[in-house]
Design a protein around this ligand. Structure first.
Ligand code: HEC
Ligand code: HEC
Length: 344
């Protein structure tokens, strides 16, 4: 290489300067702190493709319920963002008090359920001894683990699969581990907003970009829905109206018995929420516009336990539309299209 310094400037530096000038201001901001991080699996349940594939079969399999009546995927509908198709879930006990939240991105939560009463995805399933969850809850899938593992081990293909993945037949523990491993693969990485924050400035519309500014500015959403996962993994009372069969749902208080926790629920991860049929722990809302209106009017000021961060936002119609446009960019359509695998 024998190029003169002037030539170097012309060939290397100038194009960079020109490129820099051509980029709009917003593209220059480093938004990598909004990129969804890898999901951590617990040490005793390392991730593997075969394990996750087995877990996927299990969440679609009605064998995990009393009288082969329902699967996990009946209450968590992939097409509805991995969440409930009815405002409150229906199980063996009839209508439950709460709406089924999305299992998309649930691997990021440090505790599970609206009140955080389960410490891990494995524990959440209700397959592990001493832990209540959907499989064994009488009001939900209503079965026992003895019955479930007997049914699974009676299917030669399942018996073989469990042995190849875990080196043992199906047990309460391996059922829980396989399901949790599959859930850890459900991450909204292909959401347009993810493409945007990793540098593709054209991935989202101008309206969504304004909505993003509102989300992390005037509308205060970021104070609880914090990057990168859009949850602080904490519990807040946002004044959600009570809906459904319960007279009252005390939320986090049920776990801690601390009066300050009355009416607090876990901050949900908002990815894929634009596909939800309902919103909030009790399915009180059925449209994103209602959610935005709820925040805009300052929640429910009559609720003495409401978080002080919920206050009137004074958003105009255009700003509300921009915020809704931003919420749409959090949808990874590939997760909504997941369908039932062949079951043995
Ligand atoms: C009868 C309907 C129903 C069935 C069947 C069901 N769920 Fe759920 N699921 C719910 C409801 C309702 C909640 C919220 C309960 C609560 O917070 O008290 C929930 C919560 C969850 C959560 C917690 C998400 C979060 O944000 O904390 C996960 C994960 C989950 N279910 C996975 C599963 C798996 C796996 C299965 C099958 C083993 C399953 N569900 C079966 C209704 C159901
Ligand atoms: C004070 C903390 C806090 C603030 C601020 C906040 N949220 Fe929430 N958000 C929550 C909690 C907690 C819930 C669940 C409440 C419930 O179930 O009753 C929630 C629920 C939601 C839901 C429903 C998701 C689901 O899974 O049901 C959406 C959508 C949402 N928030 C969007 C927003 C937007 C947009 C903003 C800004 C305008 C915002 N949030 C501001 C804490 C907050």
């Amino acid at each position: 290489m024998s190029s003169k310094p002037q030539q170097l400037i012309l060939h290397l530096v100038l194009p960079l300067v020109v490129l820099g000038a051509a980029l709009p201001a917003y593209a220059k901001e480093d938004l990598s702190n909004w990129e969804l991080p890898p999901i951590m699996a617990p040490k005793d349940n390392p991730q593997s493709e075969a394990k996750a594939a087995l877990g996927k079969q299990l969440i679609f399999d009605i064998r995990l319920s009393k009288n082969d009546s329902m699967s996990c995927a009946n209450c968590h509908l992939f097409a509805a963002g991995g969440a409930g198709p009815t405002p409150r879930a229906f199980g063996h006990g009839g209508e439950l008090g709460r709406w089924a939240p999305s299992w998309d991105n649930a691997g990021y939560y440090t505790s599970l359920f609206w009140d955080g009463r389960a410490a891990s995805l494995e524990e959440q399933t209700g397959a592990l001894p001493g832990h209540m969850g959907p499989i064994t809850a009488p009001g939900e899938m209503g079965t026992t683990m003895d019955e479930v593992v007997a049914k699974l081990n009676a299917v030669p293909a399942y018996k073989k699969q469990f042995n190849s993945v875990f080196g043992s037949d199906a047990t309460p523990e391996t059922v829980a581990k396989a399901i949790a491993a599959y859930e850890r693969t459900l991450v909204s990485r292909k959401a347009p907003f993810q493409s945007y924050v990793s540098g593709n400035s054209k991935a989202i519309s101008a309206s969504a970009k304004r909505g993003f500014e509102l989300f992390r500015g005037k509308a205060l959403c970021i104070t609880c829905h914090v990057p990168p996962t859009l949850t602080d993994n904490l519990f807040h009372n946002i004044g959600t109206p009570q809906a459904g069969p319960l007279k009252e749902d005390l939320g986090r208080y049920e776990v801690t018995k601390d009066v300050a926790d009355k009416g607090k629920f876990k901050t949900p991860i908002l990815y894929n929420s634009a596909s939800f049929a309902y919103f909030m722990h009790d399915g009180a809302f059925s449209r994103m516009s209602q959610v935005i209106e709820h925040y805009n009017k300052g929640g429910n000021p009559q609720d003495k336990n409401q978080d002080p961060l919920i206050m009137p936002l004074k958003l105009n119609d255009k700003e509300k539309a921009d915020l809704a446009a931003f919420m749409e960019t959090l949808t990874d359509k590939s997760l909504n299209q997941i369908s039932e695998p062949n079951l043995p």
